[in-house]
Design a protein around this ligand. Structure first.
Ligand code: UD1
Length: 429
């Protein structure tokens, strides 16, 4: 199993290209099941989760082709992916495949919408709380699907097709919103989704579906209206830049000092996080190509932050912010409201010398002068990268174990950081 070795204490300086967003790529790939024509996605990141979803879609009969890379191509240019679901050969998503990645459960929506039937295993995924699928099931039921749980599988049926309906989510859910929008796109009549997630990835998927002929309005607001159409067609769409990757590198340079240009970043997609960095005395400035983030000399000021659905501070940057605050002046407080149990990085940060006290959903972080390298272990995707950030600033060597979590969500992490001056390498064993 690969490990990452980091020797901390060096500032980051240079340019990091921002990849396409993992959390947009996955639902976009799944949306290819809605049409028999080819969907072409540009700016697709090279990630283990993308490869895994390719396998899952392949099992349903989707033909996936990556465009060849010509020699001399900029190696950071995202990939182009052609997905063709001309013939769906299987409407079952088996346990062995779905248990490896939670988002693959979402295939239930296009399968039942187009084929009238889907049998999808209950999901697995990151160990960050219970993460149920009750609201996804509720959304499908509101559109007329009959749902049954059978041997660990959710079976959804709509023999005569789905029909539009009212879906009011009792809490904001990204997965629920994706499923509702995809299913409603092919349902007969109009669907109104209330309390919809406003995340940029929801907007990106709606834009792509509209290029495919869907009639979706209001994506990005809490009320999405979908007028169902009988068929969708192919389209070409470029994946939105990854705001979580952007925020992660912004926090990394805030932690180590130095200056990074995050090329291709879209600052407006992570304004809440950038505001927090500003409050922490980190310099943040938009440029014509992305974002410049710098910290020169000055220390980090402590902050109080609560995670919230978009446009609030994202839960997917909570662990990274905690790493940063472990070296701030004074005491910080971070409250996690989206996922219970998303504090698995705390014990590992403590191993590096952080002073963190947990009380229910709030972590209190007492800033220390310096962290010290140690062997640490990652338990989920965002937790792993918070350990990398902490290690970049820590004195001495840190070995991050179980890096497969990082490969799920960060494209060429060690390469991008090493080019900006970090001492970081992958050790295969
Ligand atoms: C997505 C992101 C993940 C991010 C999260 C919140 C992807 C692939 N993953 O996850 O990186 O951390 O949004 O921004 O895009 N819930 C229910 N019942 C349900 C569904 C969700 O109670 O049926 C709860 C969850 O347990 C959680 C909250 O709703 O407490 C938000 O979950 P949701 O927004 O659906 O997260 P994901 O889409 O799984």
């Amino acid at each position: 199993m690969d490990r990452i070795r980091i020797v901390g204490g060096r500032p980051l300086n240079g340019t990091i290209p921002i990849s396409g967003a993992k959390n947009a790529t996955l639902p976009l790939m799944i949306a290819s099941l809605l049409t028999e024509q080819t969907l072409i996605l540009d700016n697709v990141p090279r990630l283990a989760d993308v490869v895994q979803l390719q396998r899952i879609l392949g099992n349903h009969g989707v033909d996936v082709m990556m465009s060849g890379k010509r020699s001399g191509d900029d190696e950071y240019k995202g990939q182009t992916m052609h997905l063709s679901a001309a013939r769906i050969v299987d409407t079952t998503a088996p346990y062995e495949l779905v248990s490896k990645m939670r988002a693959s459960f979402w295939v239930i929506a296009p399968l039942v919408a187009r084929m009238g039937e889907a049998r999808v295993s209950m999901p697995g995924g990151c160990a960050i709380g219970t993460r149920p699928v009750d609201l996804l099931i509720m959304a499908l039921e509101r559109l007329g699907a009959a749902i049954e749980i059978d041997g660990g599988y959710v079976v959804a049926r709509a023999r005569n097709g789905l029909r539009g309906g009212e879906i009011a989510f009792p809490k904001v859910t990204v997965s629920g919103t994706h499923v509702a929008v995809m299913a409603a796109a092919l349902a007969a009549g109009t669907t109104v989704i209330e309390n919809a997630a406003r995340e940029p990835e929801v907007v990106d998927v709606a834009e792509c579906l509209n290029k495919m002929g869907a009639r979706i309005s209001g994506a990005g607001s809490p009320r999405i209206v979908v007028e169902g159409v009988a068929k969708l067609s192919g389209a070409r769409h470029s994946v939105v830049p990854d705001r979580i990757e952007t925020g992660t590198y912004a926090m990394a340079v805030a932690m180590t000092g130095g200056e990074l240009v995050l090329d291709g970043a879209r600052p407006e997609l992570l304004q809440a996080a950038l505001d927090v960095l500003g409050r922490a005395d980190v310099e943040v400035a938009p440029t014509n190509r992305g974002l410049r983030v710098a910290r020169n000399g000055a220390g980090i000021r402590s902050v109080e932050v609560t995670t919230e659905p978009f446009p609030g501070f994202p839960t997917d940057l909570q662990a990274q912010l905690m790493a940063l605050m472990s070296c701030a002046r004074g005491t910080s407080r971070i409250t996690e409201t989206i996922f219970e149990n998303r504090f698995m990085h705390v014990q590992e940060l403590v191993r590096l010398g952080a002073r963190i006290h947990l009380d229910g959903e709030t972590a209190t972080i007492e800033g220390v002068e310096r962290l010290k390298g140690a062997p640490v272990m990652a338990t989920d995707l965002r937790a792993s990268v918070s350990l990398v950030i902490a290690a970049l600033a820590a004195e001495g060597e840190t070995m991050v174990n179980r890096v497969y979590h990082l490969d799920r969500g960060f494209e060429r992490l060690e390469d991008k950081l090493a080019r900006c001056g970090a001492t970081i390498e992958r050790v295969s064993s």
